[in-house]
Design a protein around this ligand. Structure first.
Ligand SMILES: Nc1ncnc2c1ncn2[C@@H]1O[C@H](COP(=O)(O)OP(=O)(O)O)[C@@H](O)[C@H]1O
Ligand SMILES: [Mg+2]
Length: 408
């Protein structure tokens, strides 16, 4: 029986662990200690931090693993690269993983490789950030170089806000510098895909579903397939191919954030793993092949199995979130069943009695739902039905969100 080491035991790794078991693999999962749902699914667990390179390497050696991977998170990339290098395994290489670990290194890699991306300057102090912003021209984005989930990232329109943005970036960083970038115009999209032996073998751009709260833009879901002109689709592919080559990705899934302005495409970032927020589920649904299986195949050095040209099935996913802190006090199971009968693929992260946090970013998710449509209005109607089935502190999520809307 082949053994796979999956890094992370959170809600985004659960379907990868399940796919591995379905494929007949022995699953070993490591994560920091905690009540993680992935621990309950695995054949064998270790409570080792996924950023602890030596600790994870030791597990990999002792267990004689055949492959290592993750999905939906950037934090484990450097460790995966390290283990692959030391044990001569397939998957993400150490050098390419290192280029994803710091946004200044990634930008340097993009610019050297002629990838279309934002102008940038590294800044070691608020004064340098101020000078960088003057040079680039306002508005700029002041960014933490080594975080994720939009933590420590602030759009700045005036010099008087630079200092605060610099402090915010450092507060989320293990580094003592930040990156100042030109603020790109246009619409943000996501791009996911698969790379085998350095070649792009699958490409799926997608629309982001965002919501605004407390002046922050939060990615709350995605919509597949992407609709754009042939010229735009060709430019997305060109920039992604250039970025993959510059980064040196060889055998992994990737997830990229990009901006589209007319037919112009700029890459913000690219990581050597599949996206979170239901992206693998949506690709599976839209293109008709199991995406998690392909992630595993790449980690084992097996050829990916892609379907031929087939019609795509439109679909969207959105996270379920709460506008208040509290507890889940009731779930309307009949309502859930009705939604499922209407083709909604809904799953909750928590049961009745579990605590929930007010939405700040995607980490406060309490569940997700996937709808076979690309009509935003239909999605919103389904979302209200979903929210009417979930009670927090005795009120439905729908009531709570309506209340917040009224207070604005
Ligand atoms: N140069 C930029 N111009 C415009 N928006 C940006 C820029 N850089 C980042 N952003 C916004 O901030 C978000 C988070 O930035 P990103 O570099 O993707 O960091 P993270 O690793 O936290 O996802 C992006 O998804 C985008 O909405
Ligand atoms: Mg990002």
């Amino acid at each position: 029986m082949k053994k796979v080491l999956i890094l992370g035991a959170g809600i985004y790794q659960v379907p990868l662990i399940r796919a591995a078991k379905n494929a007949g693999l022995y699953t070993i999962v490591s994560s920091i200690p905690g009540d993680w749902p992935g621990f309950a699914e695995a054949d064998q667990i270790y409570c080792v931090n996924t950023t602890d390179k030596e600790g994870i390497l030791q597990i990999a050696r002792e267990e004689k693993i055949d492959g290592i991977c993750t999905t939906g998170t950037d934090v484990a990339a450097a460790t995966i690269g390290y283990v692959n290098e030391k044990l001569g395994l397939h998957g993400l290489s150490e050098a390419s993983a290192a280029r994803t670990s710091d946004k200044t290194i990634m930008q340097e890699t993009f610019h050297r490789g002629n990838v279309s991306s934002a102008a940038y300057i590294r800044a070691d102090s608020p004064q340098e950030a101020m000078e960088a912003a003057e040079k680039i021209g306002y508005p700029v984005v002041v960014k933490c170089v080594d975080s994720s989930g939009s933590r420590g990232i602030t759009a700045v329109h005036r010099p008087e806000d630079i200092e605060q943005a610099f402090a915010e970036a450092l507060a989320h960083s293990r580094k003592d510098y930040v990156i100042v970038e030109e603020k790109l115009a246009g619409v943000e999209i996501g791009v996911d895909g698969l790379i085998q032996d350095g070649k792009l073998v699958f490409l799926a751009p997608h629309h982001k579903i965002v919501c605004k709260r407390f002046n922050k833009t939060i990615t709350a879901g995605h919509s597949f397939p992407y609709h754009g002109s042939d010229a735009l689709l060709a430019e997305i592919e060109k920039q992604i191919r250039t970025a993959i080559e510059a980064m040196g990705f060889d055998n992994s899934a990737f997830n990229s954030d990009a901006f589209v302005d007319g037919d112009h495409v700029s890459i913000i970032e690219i990581g050597g793993r599949a996206g979170a927020t239901c992206i693998p589920e949506l690709i599976t649904h839209c293109f008709g092949f199991n995406y998690y299986e392909q992630i595993l195949r790449l980690a084992f050095g097996q050829p990916v199995e892609l379907p031929g040209e087939k019609a795509t099935v439109p679909c969207m996913a959105k996270l379920i979130m709460s506008p208040v802190d509290g507890f889940i006090t009731k779930l309307d199971r009949e309502g859930f069943e009705e939604l499922r009968r209407d083709g909604v693929d809904l799953s909750m992260d928590f049961a009745i009695g579990h605590a929930v946090d007010s939405m700040i970013n995607g980490s406060q998710r309490i569940g997700q739902f996937i709808v076979p449509t690309q009509d935003e209005e239909e999605l919103n109607l389904i979302e209200r039905r979903v929210n009417r089935c979930i009670y927090v502190n005795g009120k439905t999520l729908d009531e709570l969100w309506q209340q917040e809307e009224l207070q604005k």
